[in-house]
Design a protein around this ligand. Structure first.
Ligand code: MLT
Length: 412
């Protein structure tokens, strides 16, 4: 008789966003006449920009002709997209990233879940608390997290770095030295950011202790650059703006939030060749080996659409799309504050992190909003113990829905 993977059996309940979706589905079945507005999962609502649609159409047409048809994509990504990303996202910002250090994939979620495979199962991970659940769950699946401690709602072998109002939602260097540090900035779920000097502290620390930082930059398009800010106070778009990051950092990029590819699927991971383990093994080679074995490349059609993101027209249209969502973010933050809520984030990120009303847990507030005004958000405790007492709203709705949801919340 076969046996299930013990590590999978340790996972807690279902994936956070699946639980939220199930609760909403059940509510809708019980109350079919009520209109539910979702500001829960960070899924985009604006259609793909015209420049993306044109690129998709053109690429589909190419597939219809023998001389332009493509089969398997190169497993590490087409040169045209690797080059565009290295050039535009990195070299244009003064960061030394070569085309062949960019690995194209079907999205940041897959990469952030899979990247742990190239590390030893003895390595200790550190995560912010609260945190995007994929980082922890994928390490549970790999058997790297120890046992679950019911009392504290934590894993015994994970280093948690609380991000709280008291520390300005910036994680502090941990007491126990980890091997792998997950950082996501602009942050999901908090919607907060680190300055370049704060991130430099992490890069220096990682280099000093021999740890690797897995930096999730999925939300970098939402950073509002301040041309007057001093260099150390700027908000970095990539960890490679920090000195020394090539020897300690892997970066994950997404096309979901900057270009609306949540249903199209495209992402990338940057693994610099200078990042080597204690024996001098380049992690770049291991990630390339993994891609080659387990992945047959993101589709040509999708990579061509990804390339359109970097065209002048693409930049213009997508800048407008990001601006659309940021208007929602501002509306959410200010309306909540006016209604007496304490709210954070939403200035350089599409997430707003609010305190639940006194006496209500995150899930209490979730149920309250769903039942009373049919607005869906994400309970903070689903992101980790320090998320208890908080709630996340996303700015990815339509203006109309966002406005209506806020009006409904105001009436509570
Ligand atoms: C979120 O809501 O946190 C994100 O949409 C999840 C994701 O990007 O996978």
């Amino acid at each position: 008789m076969f046996h299930a993977n013990d590590n999978y059996l340790k996972l807690r309940g279902s994936y956070l966003f699946s639980t939220v979706a199930r609760k909403v589905r059940e509510f809708k079945e019980a109350e079919p006449d009520k209109s539910v507005i979702s500001l829960g999962i960070g899924d985009v609502t604006q259609p793909l920009a015209p420049v993306i649609i044109d690129a998709l159409h053109d690429a589909v047409d190419e597939m219809a002709h023998a001389d332009t048809f493509r089969g398997y994509a190169p497993d590490l990504g087409y040169e045209f997209l690797r080059h565009a990303m290295a050039e535009e996202d990195y070299r244009a910002r003064g960061c030394d990233i070569q085309d062949d250090e960019v690995f194209i994939s079907d999205g940041a979620k897959s990469d952030s879940g899979n990247i742990q495979e190239i590390f030893s199962d003895r390595d200790v991970i550190a995560v912010c608390d609260p945190v995007y659940p994929v980082y922890v769950d994928s390490n549970v699946m790999a058997g790297r997290t120890g046992t679950f401690l019911e009392d504290s709602n934590t894993w015994s072998d994970v280093v948690y770095m609380p991000c709280t109002e008291e520390n300005g939602f910036a994680p502090e260097l941990p007491e126990r030295t980890p091997d792998i540090i997950y950082l996501c900035f602009p942050n999901n779920p908090l919607g907060t950011v680190l300055t370049k000097s704060q991130l430099q502290t992490w890069v220096d620390y990682a280099n000093r202790v021999g740890a690797v930082i897995i930096f999730d930059a999925a939300y970098e398009a939402y950073i509002q650059d301040d041309p007057n800010a001093a260099d150390e106070d700027r908000i970095p778009h990539t960890i490679y703006e920090c000195e020394g990051a090539r020897t300690c950092a892997i970066e994950i990029r997404s096309f979901s939030k900057n270009a609306g590819f949540t249903g199209v699927r495209l992402g990338a991971t940057i693994v610099p060749k200078d990042l080597k383990d204690q024996n001098g093994t380049p992690m770049h080679d291991l990630w390339a080996r993994r891609h080659g074995t387990k992945y047959n490349g993101a589709p040509y059609i999708i990579q061509k659409a990804g390339l359109a993101v970097y065209s002048p027209e693409g930049r213009k249209q997508l800048g407008e799309q990001v601006g659309y969502y940021m208007e929602n973010a501002k509306m959410i933050r200010t309306s909540l504050q006016k209604a007496g809520y304490t709210a954070f984030g939403g200035v350089n990120a599409p997430y707003i992190w609010l305190k639940t009303p006194q006496g209500m847990t995150s899930w209490d507030f979730f149920d309250h909003l769903l039942e009373k005004v049919q607005v869906v958000g994400t309970p903070g405790s689903g992101f980790g113990p320090h998320g208890e007492g908080y709630f996340r709203l996303t700015a990815f709705g339509t203006h109309e829905d966002t406005k209506e949801a806020l009006e409904r919340i105001r009436t509570l």
